[in-house]
Design a protein around this ligand. Structure first.
Ligand code: PLP
Length: 382
């Protein structure tokens, strides 16, 4: 018998604490990923995802991380040698730039300081210059790829306005909504998102293992017209083929982690039907408010621009006189609470408290604030 995993409570930027009812769904007997025993469970999951994404576009469930699905969308839709505009204001936007360049696509980056939001007017002005320039250089701009909730800084980027710009300038819109879907509104069709990626293990509060993706008719057409092919599994055309020719048996090319999807379905049905999406978002918002008020009393300043701070995560500057790494170790070792540090250049300079999954509960918020208070007292003097 292996030793039990120690009981941890997660207040991280993801993955998140999973509700017992969802964990119980995960433990149901494993189903095959094809045929009549499985398809009703799959189809009802897809139905719930349409509701959450507010979309009539096609919805895929792709095994693997969010990054893998984003990789698939970028490589499938955009030909090498053309251009994707990437508004860059955090660690995950930098990752998008790397993905774009890995396909020999030109990344036209528009930089904003980490901790501030993408400014739509600056983005639009940049594109009005860049589109004719890129065209003249034979590397046409095809898309904007943006991170909705930039978890590295706690910023919620103004996706609705960015969508308006994409439509005005006739560009496709590719969105990393990994840490936003479920925590804030994301009406995919109304905001004109062509390829949108999220995961279960952030604002939905389910275990990791798949990405959920929306694909617009335009995104499918772009993939069809792309002369380049990067592999088989990571090509949207492969997914389109299975949707067309294996519709009844398994409209996707490979095995799915069926237990993970059953757990996702349970979490979605709790959020959308038992609790209601408004209540789900209100709980996240309330947790954020309590953590921010408590931390303000302890003298910690918010990292992001407060006008654009995402409700699902609170990022704080480190405070003079407090060793953030030591405080994190105290919370972990003494209280079993795990928080997230700074990513990339922000390592050691800030820390992040998630309000997603179980971390939205008042119980966990109180345990966290009590833990920080006790730590500061133990160092006597804040
Ligand atoms: C967590 C996170 C990711 C990484 O997701 P994976 O599923 O590990 O690929 C990407 N983008 C954002 C904004 C995230 O918060």
């Amino acid at each position: 018998m292996e030793p039990p995993l120690r009981k941890l409570r997660l207040l991280t930027a993801g993955p998140v604490d999973v509700d017992d009812a969802v964990l119980a769904a995960l433990a149901e007997p494993t189903l095959p990923h094809y045929g009549p025993p499985w398809m009703p469970a799959y189809e009802s999951t897809i139905f719930l995802l349409h509701e959450l994404f507010e979309t009539d576009h096609d919805v895929l469930v792709m095994p693997g991380p969010g990054t893998g699905a984003l990789d698939t969308g970028i490589g499938s839709m955009i030909p090498p040698g053309s251009t994707i505009c990437v508004p860059a204001n955090g660690y995950f936007a930098e990752r998008v730039v790397q993905m774009v360049e890995a396909y020999d696509i030109h990344a036209a980056r528009v930089d904003f300081p980490w901790g501030s939001a993408v400014d739509p007017d600056t983005l639009r002005r940049f594109l009005l210059d860049e589109i004719p320039r890129a065209q003249a250089e034979g590397r046409p701009v095809r898309a904007i790829a943006v991170v909705h909730h930039e978890t590295s800084t706690g910023i919620l980027n103004p996706l609705e306005e960015i969508g308006r710009i994409a439509r005005e300038l006739d560009l496709a819109l590719i969105v990393d909504a990994v840490a936003s879907l479920g925590g804030t509104r994301l009406p995919v069709d109304a905001w004109g998102v062509d390829f949108c990626v999220s995961v279960p293990n952030k604002c939905i509060g389910a275990p990791p293992g798949v990405a959920m993706v929306t694909v617009s008719p335009r995104a499918w057409q772009m993939a069809d017209a792309n002369p380049a092919r990067h592999g088989w599994y990571h090509d949207l055309r492969t997914w389109a083929w299975y949707r067309k020719y294996e519709q009844e048996w398994h409209p996707y090319p490979t095995t799915l982690p069926t237990n993970v999807i059953v757990a996702l379905r349970k979490a979605l049905s709790i959020i959308l039907h038992d609790k209601g999406i408004e209540q789900h978002r209100a709980e996240i918002q309330l947790a954020a408010q309590h953590v921010r008020e408590g931390m303000d009393e302890f003298g910690f300043k918010m990292f992001p621009d407060p006008l654009h701070a995402a409700p699902m995560l609170s990022a704080f500057h480190s405070r003079p006189g407090v060793d953030t790494a030591d405080m994190s170790h105290f919370l972990l070792d003494e209280r079993g609470l795990m928080i997230s540090g700074g990513l990339g250049n922000l390592k050691g300079k800030m820390f992040r408290i998630g309000h997603m999954g179980g971390a939205a509960s008042q119980e966990l918020v109180e345990a966290f604030l009590t833990g920080v208070g006790d730590y500061l007292k133990s160092k006597n003097g804040h």
